[in-house]
Each structure stands twice: as C-alpha cells, then as structure tokens.
Design a protein around this ligand. Structure first.
Ligand code: SF4
Length: 239
C-alpha cells in the first residue's frame, strides 16, 4: 500500500480525535474546486510513502494517536491505484486496527459496495462523505465527470443506517447557491451530522479560475444555517 501524502498529527480532520492523515492518489471525480490538484492529476510527481514507514510510526505512538484517517484523492475508487489496491487497502486497515487504533475514511461516496463491505467487516469507525451538490444535474457540474447518482444515494443510505460515527460535508464552492444548499439539506434530512465548509480560494485548485469567482462567505452561510440546522442532530460551519 503506497500513500502520496501524510500529515502526521491532526487535531481537526477527525472531530474530537487526534489522528494521523494519509493521502492516496487518484480520484474518479475531477471537482473544479478540489484543493488537491496534484493528488488527483499529478501524483506521479509526488514522493511515495510506504506503509512500513507509517506502521513503524504508529507502533511508537499507539497511545498518543486515536486513529488514522485515509483520504485522497479518493480512497474508495480504483483510479490510478495498483492492481491489488483494494486487497492492499483492506490489509493495511487490518494492520492498523491490530495496533488498537481506529480508522476513518473520507470518501466521495461513489462506490457504495466497497463502503458497505468496510462497514460490515467492522473495518472503519468513522466515515466523512462529501456531498458535492444537490442530487440532480448539478452534481456533474461540481464533479467535472458523469456521476451515477443512484450510487451516491445508496452510499448516503448505507452511512445513515450504519452504527458507525459519521458526517456529511459540503464545501460551498462558487458554483453552489443558497437554493442548492437548502436542497442538499432536505435530501440529507435526519442525518446525525452535517457540516458546511467555507470555500478557500487557494492556488492548488483543479480549476484555478474558481478562485476569482464569488462564493458564499461565512456570514452568508450562518444566515442559511438558520433554515437548515434543525434537519440534523449536529450541524456546523467550518472555515
Ligand atoms: S474534491 Fe473531488 S476531485 Fe478532489 S479528491 Fe475529492 S472527490 Fe476527488
């Protein structure tokens, strides 16, 4: 199992936990507002990090770290991964769990089968799923590719019906309006947790022109939140 990025300690990626964050390469989506252009498009240029190095680090810090977040890119798509990627991923997760650490996955929800398998086999303790847009034609605009919305809906249901800790998140990219957010909040109604993330116009976007476009700021999101926060047990705005 090869990783292409590693944040050794994070206090924010997994809410209320100390985690180490591992980045896999490649993604089946090409969201124009994606902050990780190199991980999605240019991962060949990035240094590779072996699982051995990571496991050695974790063995020495079992008591200091609560868990490992696997993110990307997209950890649950086979795009740009090795032939045995899913075997390698499952084996790596089992090794981490043997150390007594928890596993969290950040996913775009495009592969409900793998997600369900991970949950059924009790290999993940937390999942954060990105909801890119309302579940209509806008999803393709926000992901830059054709999307099977039934798969996205299935992932949402699997997560909602699971017993693991979870959250849904939306980065409020320039292409999203208040109406879109209200629609998403209706579609996710009754979910345990939903977070809106304020867009950051950084210089590593897949589509750099978005950084110059108008987007909803925190104050505007706070106003919108008054209309949607009661749909969820927990709701927050980040950034
Ligand atoms: S933001 Fe979009 S393109 Fe970037 S890693 Fe996530 S799903 Fe893939």
């Amino acid at each position: 199992m090869i990783f292409y990025g590693w944040q050794k300690i994070s206090l924010i990626e997994w809410p209320n936990k100390i985690s180490t964050v591992l980045f896999v390469s490649g993604c089946n989506f090409k969201c124009p507002f994606c902050y990780n252009r190199d991980l999605v498009l240019n991962y060949d240029r990035l240094p590779k990090i072996s699982q051995r190095k990571i496991l050695n680090f974790l063995k020495l810090r079992q008591r200091l770290i609560d868990g490992v977040i696997i993110t990307g890119g997209e950890p649950l798509s086979g795009v740009a991964k090795t032939k045995n990627y899913f075997n390698d991923l499952f084996n790596f997760i089992k090794k981490v769990k043997k150390l007594g650490l928890k596993i969290g996955i950040e996913t775009n929800g495009s592969d409900p089968e793998i997600l369900e398998k991970l949950i059924k086999e009790k290999l993940i303790d937390f999942v954060a799923m990105d909801i890119k847009a309302p579940l209509n034609a806008k999803y393709e605009e926000l992901t830059g590719v054709k999307v099977d919305l039934n798969k996205i809906k299935k992932s949402i249901e699997i997560i909602k019906n699971s017993e693991i800790d979870y959250e849904f998140r939306t980065t409020v990219a320039p292409l999203l309006s208040e109406k879109d957010i209200l629609e998403i909040a209706e579609e996710l109604k009754t979910a345990k947790k939903y977070a809106l993330q304020v867009f950051q116009p950084v210089d590593t976007l897949i589509e750099p022109s978005l950084a110059k476009m108008r987007f909803l700021n925190r104050k505007e999101l706070e106003e919108i939140s008054k209309k949607i926060k009661d749909n969820f047990q927990k709701f927050e705005i980040r950034g």
